[in-house]
Design a protein around this ligand. Structure first.
Ligand SMILES: Cc1cc2nc3c(=O)[nH]c(=O)nc-3n(C[C@H](O)[C@H](O)[C@H](O)COP(=O)(O)O)c2cc1C
Length: 317
Protein backbone atom coordinates (compact mmCIF):
# COMPACT_ATOMS: atom_id res chain seq x y z
CA UNK A 1 0.00 0.00 0.00
CA UNK A 2 1.10 3.61 -0.52
CA UNK A 3 1.41 5.97 2.47
CA UNK A 4 -2.23 6.94 1.84
CA UNK A 5 -3.26 3.27 1.99
CA UNK A 6 -4.19 3.26 -1.69
CA UNK A 7 -2.96 0.85 -4.31
CA UNK A 8 -1.66 2.61 -7.41
CA UNK A 9 -3.52 1.31 -10.46
CA UNK A 10 -2.49 3.97 -12.99
CA UNK A 11 -0.73 2.85 -16.15
CA UNK A 12 0.89 4.93 -18.91
CA UNK A 13 0.20 3.48 -22.34
CA UNK A 14 2.12 5.96 -24.49
CA UNK A 15 5.38 6.78 -22.70
CA UNK A 16 6.99 7.90 -25.99
CA UNK A 17 4.17 10.34 -26.76
CA UNK A 18 4.45 13.99 -25.73
CA UNK A 19 1.20 14.08 -23.73
CA UNK A 20 1.04 10.36 -23.00
CA UNK A 21 -2.03 8.21 -22.39
CA UNK A 22 -2.37 7.82 -18.65
CA UNK A 23 -5.18 5.48 -17.60
CA UNK A 24 -6.47 5.48 -14.04
CA UNK A 25 -6.43 1.69 -14.10
CA UNK A 26 -5.47 -0.97 -16.66
CA UNK A 27 -8.98 -2.16 -17.62
CA UNK A 28 -10.61 -1.22 -20.93
CA UNK A 29 -13.53 -2.36 -23.02
CA UNK A 30 -12.52 -3.90 -26.37
CA UNK A 31 -13.66 -2.40 -29.68
CA UNK A 32 -17.03 -3.50 -31.02
CA UNK A 33 -18.25 -5.01 -27.76
CA UNK A 34 -19.31 -1.91 -25.85
CA UNK A 35 -20.74 0.37 -28.54
CA UNK A 36 -19.75 3.98 -27.86
CA UNK A 37 -19.77 3.50 -24.11
CA UNK A 38 -22.80 5.75 -23.74
CA UNK A 39 -25.38 2.97 -24.07
CA UNK A 40 -24.36 1.12 -20.91
CA UNK A 41 -22.61 3.99 -19.15
CA UNK A 42 -24.55 3.84 -15.92
CA UNK A 43 -24.99 0.10 -15.54
CA UNK A 44 -21.38 -0.58 -16.37
CA UNK A 45 -20.04 2.30 -14.23
CA UNK A 46 -18.05 3.59 -17.16
CA UNK A 47 -16.43 6.35 -15.09
CA UNK A 48 -14.55 3.73 -13.10
CA UNK A 49 -12.89 2.12 -16.13
CA UNK A 50 -9.40 2.80 -17.38
CA UNK A 51 -10.64 3.55 -20.90
CA UNK A 52 -13.39 2.75 -23.36
CA UNK A 53 -12.42 1.69 -26.86
CA UNK A 54 -15.33 2.52 -29.13
CA UNK A 55 -16.65 0.56 -32.08
CA UNK A 56 -14.59 0.41 -35.28
CA UNK A 57 -15.02 3.71 -37.14
CA UNK A 58 -14.69 4.19 -40.88
CA UNK A 59 -14.85 7.27 -43.09
CA UNK A 60 -18.42 6.74 -44.22
CA UNK A 61 -21.32 4.94 -42.54
CA UNK A 62 -21.41 1.16 -43.05
CA UNK A 63 -24.52 -0.93 -42.75
CA UNK A 64 -24.77 -4.38 -41.15
CA UNK A 65 -24.03 -7.68 -42.88
CA UNK A 66 -26.81 -10.26 -43.28
CA UNK A 67 -29.29 -10.64 -40.37
CA UNK A 68 -27.54 -13.52 -38.58
CA UNK A 69 -24.38 -11.91 -37.38
CA UNK A 70 -23.46 -13.50 -34.10
CA UNK A 71 -23.66 -17.05 -32.82
CA UNK A 72 -22.81 -18.43 -29.42
CA UNK A 73 -20.61 -21.53 -29.52
CA UNK A 74 -18.95 -23.50 -26.73
CA UNK A 75 -16.95 -20.97 -24.67
CA UNK A 76 -17.09 -18.25 -27.29
CA UNK A 77 -18.76 -16.33 -30.08
CA UNK A 78 -18.49 -16.45 -33.82
CA UNK A 79 -19.55 -13.28 -35.56
CA UNK A 80 -19.54 -11.53 -38.89
CA UNK A 81 -20.75 -8.14 -37.81
CA UNK A 82 -18.60 -6.34 -40.30
CA UNK A 83 -17.72 -2.77 -39.63
CA UNK A 84 -21.22 -1.48 -39.12
CA UNK A 85 -20.88 2.10 -37.85
CA UNK A 86 -22.33 5.56 -38.52
CA UNK A 87 -19.06 6.98 -39.91
CA UNK A 88 -16.48 9.32 -38.42
CA UNK A 89 -18.55 12.50 -38.78
CA UNK A 90 -21.30 11.16 -36.50
CA UNK A 91 -18.73 9.82 -34.03
CA UNK A 92 -17.11 13.26 -33.81
CA UNK A 93 -20.37 15.22 -33.63
CA UNK A 94 -22.63 12.95 -31.59
CA UNK A 95 -20.41 10.96 -29.24
CA UNK A 96 -17.21 12.96 -28.72
CA UNK A 97 -19.00 15.86 -26.91
CA UNK A 98 -20.38 13.31 -24.42
CA UNK A 99 -16.94 11.72 -23.95
CA UNK A 100 -15.41 15.15 -23.36
CA UNK A 101 -17.37 15.38 -20.10
CA UNK A 102 -16.17 11.97 -18.86
CA UNK A 103 -13.41 11.15 -16.43
CA UNK A 104 -12.70 7.95 -18.33
CA UNK A 105 -10.67 8.23 -21.50
CA UNK A 106 -12.10 7.19 -24.85
CA UNK A 107 -9.96 5.73 -27.60
CA UNK A 108 -11.44 5.55 -31.10
CA UNK A 109 -10.89 2.28 -32.97
CA UNK A 110 -10.31 3.12 -36.64
CA UNK A 111 -10.78 0.86 -39.66
CA UNK A 112 -10.58 1.27 -43.39
CA UNK A 113 -10.03 -0.50 -46.66
CA UNK A 114 -7.14 1.66 -47.82
CA UNK A 115 -4.36 3.58 -46.14
CA UNK A 116 -5.93 6.79 -47.42
CA UNK A 117 -9.16 5.97 -45.62
CA UNK A 118 -7.34 5.52 -42.29
CA UNK A 119 -5.57 8.82 -42.83
CA UNK A 120 -8.81 10.65 -43.61
CA UNK A 121 -10.51 9.24 -40.53
CA UNK A 122 -7.74 10.29 -38.15
CA UNK A 123 -7.44 13.69 -39.81
CA UNK A 124 -11.14 14.21 -39.17
CA UNK A 125 -10.64 13.35 -35.49
CA UNK A 126 -7.66 15.66 -35.02
CA UNK A 127 -8.37 18.28 -32.38
CA UNK A 128 -11.81 16.88 -31.52
CA UNK A 129 -12.33 17.21 -27.75
CA UNK A 130 -13.17 13.97 -25.96
CA UNK A 131 -10.84 11.68 -27.90
CA UNK A 132 -7.76 10.54 -26.00
CA UNK A 133 -6.19 8.25 -28.58
CA UNK A 134 -6.51 6.13 -31.69
CA UNK A 135 -6.47 2.34 -31.97
CA UNK A 136 -5.87 1.12 -35.52
CA UNK A 137 -7.62 -2.05 -36.57
CA UNK A 138 -5.12 -2.85 -39.29
CA UNK A 139 -6.50 -6.31 -39.89
CA UNK A 140 -9.07 -5.37 -42.51
CA UNK A 141 -6.57 -3.81 -44.90
CA UNK A 142 -5.33 -6.88 -46.73
CA UNK A 143 -8.58 -8.77 -47.15
CA UNK A 144 -12.07 -7.38 -46.82
CA UNK A 145 -14.21 -10.18 -45.43
CA UNK A 146 -17.11 -8.45 -43.77
CA UNK A 147 -14.80 -6.93 -41.21
CA UNK A 148 -13.35 -10.28 -40.21
CA UNK A 149 -9.75 -9.76 -39.43
CA UNK A 150 -7.45 -11.80 -41.56
CA UNK A 151 -4.16 -10.20 -40.64
CA UNK A 152 -1.96 -7.70 -42.38
CA UNK A 153 1.66 -8.32 -43.32
CA UNK A 154 4.40 -6.49 -41.36
CA UNK A 155 5.02 -4.30 -44.41
CA UNK A 156 1.38 -3.24 -44.65
CA UNK A 157 1.31 -2.60 -40.90
CA UNK A 158 4.42 -0.43 -41.18
CA UNK A 159 2.96 1.51 -44.13
CA UNK A 160 -0.37 2.28 -42.45
CA UNK A 161 1.28 3.10 -39.12
CA UNK A 162 3.69 5.58 -40.72
CA UNK A 163 0.88 7.23 -42.71
CA UNK A 164 -1.39 7.55 -39.67
CA UNK A 165 1.46 8.65 -37.40
CA UNK A 166 2.08 11.56 -39.76
CA UNK A 167 -1.61 12.46 -39.81
CA UNK A 168 -2.44 12.55 -36.10
CA UNK A 169 -0.93 14.01 -32.96
CA UNK A 170 -2.95 11.64 -30.76
CA UNK A 171 -1.41 8.62 -29.01
CA UNK A 172 -1.50 5.69 -31.44
CA UNK A 173 -2.15 2.05 -30.60
CA UNK A 174 -1.84 -0.55 -33.37
CA UNK A 175 -4.09 -3.60 -32.89
CA UNK A 176 -2.81 -6.88 -34.28
CA UNK A 177 -4.68 -9.83 -35.73
CA UNK A 178 -3.72 -13.31 -34.52
CA UNK A 179 -4.25 -14.94 -37.90
CA UNK A 180 -0.66 -14.78 -38.99
CA UNK A 181 0.36 -17.08 -36.11
CA UNK A 182 3.48 -15.35 -34.81
CA UNK A 183 2.76 -11.71 -33.97
CA UNK A 184 6.31 -10.70 -33.18
CA UNK A 185 7.15 -9.46 -36.71
CA UNK A 186 3.90 -7.46 -36.84
CA UNK A 187 4.55 -5.93 -33.41
CA UNK A 188 8.09 -4.98 -34.35
CA UNK A 189 6.85 -3.41 -37.58
CA UNK A 190 4.29 -1.30 -35.69
CA UNK A 191 6.81 -0.28 -33.01
CA UNK A 192 9.45 0.72 -35.53
CA UNK A 193 6.90 2.66 -37.60
CA UNK A 194 5.87 4.96 -34.76
CA UNK A 195 3.11 3.21 -32.78
CA UNK A 196 2.97 4.25 -29.13
CA UNK A 197 1.61 0.84 -28.07
CA UNK A 198 0.35 -2.42 -29.57
CA UNK A 199 -2.81 -4.28 -28.63
CA UNK A 200 -3.46 -7.95 -29.31
CA UNK A 201 -5.36 -10.05 -30.24
CA UNK A 202 -8.22 -9.39 -32.60
CA UNK A 203 -10.57 -12.27 -33.49
CA UNK A 204 -9.45 -15.61 -34.96
CA UNK A 205 -10.85 -16.54 -38.36
CA UNK A 206 -13.47 -19.28 -38.16
CA UNK A 207 -16.48 -20.73 -39.99
CA UNK A 208 -19.85 -22.14 -39.01
CA UNK A 209 -22.09 -24.50 -41.04
CA UNK A 210 -25.88 -24.59 -41.10
CA UNK A 211 -26.62 -28.34 -41.17
CA UNK A 212 -30.06 -27.82 -42.73
CA UNK A 213 -28.97 -25.73 -45.68
CA UNK A 214 -25.56 -27.49 -45.66
CA UNK A 215 -23.98 -24.16 -46.36
CA UNK A 216 -21.67 -21.83 -44.52
CA UNK A 217 -23.71 -19.77 -42.14
CA UNK A 218 -22.38 -16.29 -42.77
CA UNK A 219 -22.69 -14.42 -46.04
CA UNK A 220 -19.08 -13.41 -45.96
CA UNK A 221 -18.04 -17.01 -45.28
CA UNK A 222 -15.42 -16.21 -42.67
CA UNK A 223 -16.42 -15.23 -39.17
CA UNK A 224 -14.39 -13.96 -36.23
CA UNK A 225 -14.01 -16.20 -33.16
CA UNK A 226 -13.66 -14.63 -29.72
CA UNK A 227 -14.47 -15.25 -26.06
CA UNK A 228 -13.06 -17.41 -23.24
CA UNK A 229 -11.95 -20.22 -25.57
CA UNK A 230 -9.27 -18.05 -27.18
CA UNK A 231 -7.65 -16.94 -23.93
CA UNK A 232 -4.71 -19.36 -23.81
CA UNK A 233 -3.80 -18.48 -27.41
CA UNK A 234 -4.04 -14.74 -26.79
CA UNK A 235 -2.00 -15.11 -23.61
CA UNK A 236 0.74 -16.95 -25.47
CA UNK A 237 0.85 -14.25 -28.14
CA UNK A 238 1.00 -11.44 -25.56
CA UNK A 239 3.79 -13.25 -23.74
CA UNK A 240 5.79 -13.67 -26.96
CA UNK A 241 5.30 -10.08 -28.11
CA UNK A 242 6.01 -8.62 -24.67
CA UNK A 243 9.25 -10.65 -24.41
CA UNK A 244 10.31 -9.44 -27.84
CA UNK A 245 9.49 -5.77 -27.24
CA UNK A 246 11.00 -5.76 -23.77
CA UNK A 247 14.43 -6.18 -25.32
CA UNK A 248 14.02 -4.24 -28.57
CA UNK A 249 11.42 -1.52 -27.71
CA UNK A 250 11.07 -1.31 -23.91
CA UNK A 251 9.07 1.92 -24.22
CA UNK A 252 6.25 0.34 -26.27
CA UNK A 253 3.56 -1.08 -23.96
CA UNK A 254 1.56 -4.18 -24.90
CA UNK A 255 -2.19 -4.29 -24.32
CA UNK A 256 -3.65 -7.79 -23.83
CA UNK A 257 -7.02 -8.77 -25.34
CA UNK A 258 -8.65 -12.14 -25.92
CA UNK A 259 -10.99 -14.27 -23.86
CA UNK A 260 -10.64 -12.36 -20.61
CA UNK A 261 -13.56 -13.30 -18.37
CA UNK A 262 -12.27 -12.83 -14.81
CA UNK A 263 -9.77 -11.07 -12.58
CA UNK A 264 -7.62 -14.19 -12.71
CA UNK A 265 -7.47 -13.92 -16.53
CA UNK A 266 -6.64 -10.21 -16.39
CA UNK A 267 -3.83 -10.82 -13.90
CA UNK A 268 -2.39 -13.55 -16.11
CA UNK A 269 -2.21 -11.11 -19.03
CA UNK A 270 -0.53 -8.47 -16.86
CA UNK A 271 2.01 -11.02 -15.66
CA UNK A 272 2.58 -12.12 -19.26
CA UNK A 273 3.74 -8.57 -20.00
CA UNK A 274 0.57 -6.61 -20.81
CA UNK A 275 0.52 -3.13 -19.25
CA UNK A 276 -3.27 -3.07 -19.60
CA UNK A 277 -6.06 -5.36 -20.77
CA UNK A 278 -9.28 -5.15 -22.78
CA UNK A 279 -12.42 -7.21 -22.24
CA UNK A 280 -14.51 -7.99 -25.34
CA UNK A 281 -17.12 -10.73 -25.70
CA UNK A 282 -17.76 -11.07 -21.97
CA UNK A 283 -19.34 -7.59 -21.97
CA UNK A 284 -22.32 -9.21 -23.71
CA UNK A 285 -22.67 -11.71 -20.85
CA UNK A 286 -22.01 -9.28 -18.01
CA UNK A 287 -21.84 -5.54 -18.81
CA UNK A 288 -20.29 -4.96 -15.37
CA UNK A 289 -17.39 -7.32 -15.94
CA UNK A 290 -14.83 -4.54 -16.46
CA UNK A 291 -15.62 -2.76 -13.22
CA UNK A 292 -15.60 -6.09 -11.39
CA UNK A 293 -12.11 -6.75 -12.78
CA UNK A 294 -10.92 -3.29 -11.65
CA UNK A 295 -12.09 -4.18 -8.13
CA UNK A 296 -10.58 -7.66 -8.40
CA UNK A 297 -7.14 -6.37 -9.39
CA UNK A 298 -7.22 -3.87 -6.53
CA UNK A 299 -8.18 -6.63 -4.06
CA UNK A 300 -5.46 -8.97 -5.34
CA UNK A 301 -2.76 -6.33 -4.99
CA UNK A 302 -3.88 -5.52 -1.44
CA UNK A 303 -3.85 -9.20 -0.48
CA UNK A 304 -0.36 -9.56 -1.86
CA UNK A 305 0.85 -6.34 -0.23
CA UNK A 306 1.75 -4.83 -3.62
CA UNK A 307 1.54 -1.03 -3.86
CA UNK A 308 1.64 -0.55 -7.59
CA UNK A 309 0.06 -2.59 -10.39
CA UNK A 310 3.15 -1.99 -12.52
CA UNK A 311 5.06 -4.30 -10.18
CA UNK A 312 3.25 -7.32 -11.62
CA UNK A 313 3.45 -6.31 -15.30
CA UNK A 314 5.70 -8.85 -16.97
CA UNK A 315 6.27 -10.74 -13.68
CA UNK A 316 6.10 -14.05 -15.59
CA UNK A 317 8.48 -13.04 -18.38
C1 LIG B 1 -19.16 -8.42 -31.94
C2 LIG B 1 -17.74 -8.02 -32.03
C3 LIG B 1 -17.37 -6.87 -32.73
C4 LIG B 1 -16.03 -6.48 -32.82
N1 LIG B 1 -15.70 -5.33 -33.49
C5 LIG B 1 -14.38 -4.93 -33.53
C6 LIG B 1 -14.01 -3.70 -34.17
O1 LIG B 1 -14.85 -2.95 -34.66
N2 LIG B 1 -12.68 -3.36 -34.21
C7 LIG B 1 -11.71 -4.16 -33.64
O2 LIG B 1 -10.53 -3.82 -33.69
N3 LIG B 1 -12.05 -5.33 -33.00
C8 LIG B 1 -13.35 -5.72 -32.94
N4 LIG B 1 -13.69 -6.88 -32.29
C9 LIG B 1 -12.63 -7.69 -31.64
C10 LIG B 1 -12.56 -7.41 -30.14
O3 LIG B 1 -12.28 -6.05 -29.87
C11 LIG B 1 -11.49 -8.31 -29.47
O4 LIG B 1 -10.23 -8.02 -30.01
C12 LIG B 1 -11.77 -9.79 -29.68
O5 LIG B 1 -13.15 -10.06 -29.60
C13 LIG B 1 -11.05 -10.67 -28.64
O6 LIG B 1 -11.44 -10.34 -27.33
P1 LIG B 1 -12.59 -11.16 -26.52
O7 LIG B 1 -12.23 -12.61 -26.64
O8 LIG B 1 -12.51 -10.63 -25.12
O9 LIG B 1 -13.89 -10.86 -27.21
C14 LIG B 1 -15.03 -7.28 -32.20
C15 LIG B 1 -15.40 -8.44 -31.50
C16 LIG B 1 -16.73 -8.82 -31.41
C17 LIG B 1 -17.10 -10.07 -30.64
Amino acid sequence: MGDDGLVRLQVELAPRHKTGLLLKNPVMTAAGTFGYGVELARLAEVQRLGAVICKGTTLRARTANAPLQMLEVASGLVHAIGLQNPGVRVVAEKYAPIWASWETLVIVNVAGTSIDEYVEVVEYLEGVAGIAGIELNVSCLDVQQGGVTVGASPQVIADVTIAVRNATTLPLIVKLSPNTGDLRPAALAAASAGADAVSLINTLTSISIDIHTRRLRFDNDLSGFSGPAIKPIALRMVYEVASELRSSHPDIPVIGVGGISSTQDALEFLMAGASAIQVGSMNFVNPRICVEIVEGIDAFLRQEGIKDVRAIVGAAL
